[in-house]
Design a protein. Structure first.
Length: 227
């Protein structure tokens, strides 16, 4: 197993000081290279779970193993380093930097580590070619369509060669046709790179393209499809 989650619990306090239990002893396992969809009603904890899985949020109780490492014992700095080296993120809103072109946006995660610009640029161009945007490399986000911006975000998520990519509604801000195109790119890259993809989606058609489908209900994940 590449990902093992046991008895994961996460709570928040609302504005009146009431404790809200979001994740309630959740258990979850993923084999390396798998594609996983998580569906469920809004407010059931899907994004919270993805954020804890990506070490963006701490957990109250339980254990989280990624690539055999127990992340629950990591300090904030250790978690940040592991996250930068092993996990890529794709969000509903692409979160590109408007002052930089597509190529620069893809390069930034590696440049901030002080890597040689020439090598990073070559790798970034290769990724833009894979997502069909080589000819748009020097366009800024404002000059790209929504689907093109999301494809840049996919390339950026892969630039550090992560073992795991976590996607939170990556097609939620796109029309249906463009969403299918983005999904097809993700699945093709999964096969090429053997990257594990875990995606939250409200679209049952897109969820059905993934190997495993889970539903989030009452703070737990329930397997609903396995192909």
């Amino acid at each position: 197993m590449q990902i093992e989650v046991s008895n994961l619990q996460k709570s928040y306090f609302d504005g009146e000081g009431h404790k809200l239990h979001i994740l309630k002893g959740l258990n979850f396992e993923v084999i390396s290279g798998s594609t996983v969809a998580i569906v469920g009603a809004s407010g059931t904890g899907k994004s919270t779970f993805l954020h804890t899985l990506g070490t963006l949020e701490s957990i109250d109780q339980g254990h989280l193993f990624l690539d055999g490492k127990d992340l629950t014992g990591f300090t904030r700095n250790q978690a940040a380093q592991f996250r930068n080296e092993s996990i890529g993120f794709i969000f509903q809103f692409h979160q590109l930097l408007n002052d930089f072109n597509a190529l620069e946006n893809v390069m930034i995660p590696r440049l901030i580590h002080g890597e040689a610009t020439g090598l990073v640029k070559k790798n970034a161009i290769d990724l833009l070619e894979k997502v069909g945007l080589a000819e748009r490399a020097f366009h800024k986000p404002s000059q790209l369509s929504g689907g093109e911006q999301q494809r840049v975000a996919i390339a950026r998520a892969l630039i550090n060669k992560p073992r795991i990519v976590l996607a939170d509604e990556p097609t939620g801000n796109l029309d249906e046709e463009t969403g299918v195109q983005v999904m097809d790119i993700l699945l093709r890259l999964n096969k090429e790179h053997q990257t594990t993809f875990i995606m939250i989606t409200h679209n049952p058609s897109l969820a059905s393209k993934m190997q495993f489908q889970y539903r989030m209900e009452n703070g737990q994940l329930h397997l609903i499809a396995n192909k």
